[in-house]
Design a protein around this ligand. Structure first.
Ligand code: DMJ
Length: 641
């Protein structure tokens, strides 16, 4: 059989190809790379796949339903049922064997016939004109778009929702504290209203230029980062009209099918975390749906040889890559290690184990690796699975990895012992190698770089005071008192870093070097960009000790922000905290609304607002409920609010 010469579909010529499968007359045909050829290839691949798949069909007894129960999501399935010692081996004898053979033969014949039919159809297709094929492709495309739209509208399956405790109220009894809380709420309104007025839909706000702002972490499109990040703060403050405006914008505008390369970590903690928290607090399905849509777009980032995700992913193409500045093409510990909370909740809410599996894979891989001095280096190459530079930090690049080990345990109602063990081991190594006392008696966390300790602590590392306090209960050898004390010491050091400046706001990082203690030395380290970590630590320490100093320190910080960072168009970071005449950086960071103002508000609220035995805050301060086994309602029942 000879194939007639094909009309060229494009101007580019390709060499002749041998298209003859063994069961067909051998023939050669000269083709151009065209849609026809691609179609034929796809069809042949599909048929081969079907044929092969038959021989790999798993035995139905091994099928395992992915239940929505907590155990199913949080604990990998072990099917110990049916008593088979070796479930992979099946021996069939006698008449059964004969029937089995006949059945196999029948199926083989059917597959062969289907195969030949499909090839006939493919040949038919090749006879069509270019226009006809184009029209068919267009119809197919429309069908896919239509299917996707229907899928978007389809509600997710109902799941047991944890009882939600303490999502409203928190009114303090003390009049003075109540006024302080009101002041923080007013600051939130100022930040939000100005963003609403000048930056609506943009990722962030330039409060002085009074226009939108963005950075590369959010990619090139307007994703309304401030809206998503601020939602839960608005909700707990009782700013329901503002919350409603945000919800409307999300419903009508938040679209993830954009050709934009975003940071997987930032999008996870701010967007997925923010949407999930907004869903749990308000019960509005749209937030859950958007969170899941976005999570699906992040999944291609995990397509690396090791399963350690790329730092960035293009939301449209799914192509991932790492930051150019990261050591030897590495992914960053604090980035790939800060996905667990959100991903477990995604599996919990959707019933789809894919998210859970991705983060558990990362955990297992990390467990197997050697750690120099028991410390986790900040860089890991996703192609080779080897550490990059030996640099360990509890501040930038490392921080929230440790935080998420502890919070994975808390979020599982303290049942994820593996996470707790990893946290305890890591903290012991950190205490041994990185935590020191300065000459003046300040406890600080240094950074380990190529075999020596750099006596420098970043503002970011100040969150660890709160983490040590949060992890005190449940610590090894009942060292709860020790860790609470350690948390308090870190809080004091970070307060000193604020107190030793002209503006009473902390620098980006500070040194402990001879006479220099808790002070920034380099000009490039003197800025304050509305970061939350120090106030976060005050809040945790307040909850665990009720020592009034933490409210006092928090109030000092709030007043300093009000005095030096507030401008008519919102709040701005400052470039030098040691200069009494501050220069603004003209950026209102989304985390200022998500974290800094939320922690301040909670600091001046009573403890029954978002109690810590029911809620775990993600690293962007978005509260997610503890998945209590005994505290779930039946599937489909509305959450108790
Ligand atoms: C926030 O986006 C998160 O807290 C993150 O973990 C690191 N720090 C910034 C704010 O400083």
């Amino acid at each position: 059989m000879t194939t007639p010469a094909l009309l060229p579909l494009s101007g580019r010529r390709i060499p002749p190809l041998n298209l003859g499968p063994p069961s067909f007359p051998h023939h050669r045909a000269t083709l151009r790379l065209s849609e026809k050829f691609i179609l034929l290839l796809i069809l042949s691949a599909f048929i081969t796949l079907c044929f092969g798949a038959f021989f790999f069909l798993p035995d139905s007894s091994k099928h395992k339903r992915f239940d929505l129960g907590l155990e199913d999501v949080l604990i990998p399935h072990v099917d110990a049922s049916k008593g088979a010692k070796n479930p992979g081996v099946f021996l069939i004898h006698g008449p059964d064997e004969h029937r089995h053979r006949e059945e196999e033969e029948r199926l083989r014949n059917k597959i062969r016939a289907d195969h030949e039919k499909a090839l006939e159809e493919a040949k038919e297709k090749l006879k069509k004109s270019r226009e006809e094929i184009r029209a068919e492709i267009q119809t197919e495309k429309n069908k896919v778009v239509q299917e996707m739209k229907t899928k978007e509208k389809k509600p997710l399956p109902p799941v047991p929702i944890p009882n939600l405790i303490g999502i409203n109220g928190g009114d303090p009894e003390d009049n003075d504290i109540r006024k302080k809380r009101e002041k923080i709420k007013e600051m939130m309104k100022h930040a939000w209203d100005n963003y609403r007025m000048y930056g609506w839909g943009h990722n962030e706000l330039r409060p002085i230029a009074k226009k939108g702002h963005s950075t590369n972490i959010f990619g090139s499109s307007q994703m309304g980062a401030t809206i998503v990040d601020a939602l839960d703060t608005l909700y707990i403050m009782g700013l329901h009209d503002e919350f409603g405006d945000g919800q409307k914008w999300i419903e009508e505008n938040l679209d993830f099918s954009v050709n934009s390369e975003v940071s997987v970590f930032e999008v996870n903690i701010r967007f997925i975390g923010g949407l999930l928290a907004a869903y749990y607090l308000s019960g509005e399905e749209i937030f859950k749906i958007k969170a899941v849509q976005l999570a699906e777009k992040l999944l291609p980032a995990f397509n690396t040889p090791t399963g350690i995700p790329w730092a960035m992913v293009n939301l449209k193409s799914g192509v991932g890559r790492n930051w150019g500045w990261a050591s030897a093409g590495s992914s960053i510990l604090a980035e790939f290690g800060t996905l667990h909370m959100e991903f477990v909740h995604l599996s919990y809410l959707t019933g789809d184990p894919v998210y859970y599996k991705k983060v558990m894979h990362i955990r297992k891989l990390l467990q197997k690796m050697d750690r120099p001095n028991g410390l986790y280096p900040n860089y890991l190459n996703p192609r080779t699975g080897r550490w990059g530079q030996y640099h360990t930090s509890v501040g930038g690049l490392g921080d929230s990895f440790y935080e998420y080990l502890l919070k994975a345990w808390l979020m599982s109602d303290k049942t994820d012992h593996e996470a707790r063990k990893m946290y305890d081991d890591a903290i012991e190594a950190i205490e041994k190698h990185l935590i020191k006392k300065s000459r003046g008696g300040l406890t600080f966390i240094g950074e380990w770089k190529n075999g020596h300790l750099e006596k420098k602590m970043g503002h970011l590392a100040c969150f660890a005071g709160g983490m040590f306090a949060l992890g005190a209960d449940g610590s090894r050898m009942d060292k709860a008192g020790h860790y609470l004390e350690l948390g308090a010491e870190i809080a004091r050091t970070c307060h000193e870093s604020y107190d030793r400046t002209a503006l009473k706001l902390g620098p980006e990082s500070f040194k402990f070097d001879g006479a220099v203690e808790a002070v920034a030395v380099r000009q490039a380290e003197k800025y304050y960009i509305l970061r939350p970590e120090v106030i976060e630590t005050y809040w945790y320490l307040w909850r665990f000790t009720h020592d009034p100093r933490y409210r006092q320190w928090g109030w000092e910080a709030a007043l300093a922000i009000e005095k030096y960072c507030r401008v008519s168009g919102g709040f701005s970071g400052v470039k030098d905290v040691y200069s009494s005449t501050p220069t603004h950086d003209d950026v209102q960071q989304s985390f200022f609304l998500a974290e800094t103002l939320k922690y301040l508000y909670l600091l001046f609220s009573s403890d029954d607002l978002l109690p810590l035995d029911h809620w775990v805050f993600n690293t962007e301060a978005h509260p997610l409920p503890v998945l209590h086994l005994a505290n779930t309602t039946l599937s489909g029942n509305p959450a108790v609010r």
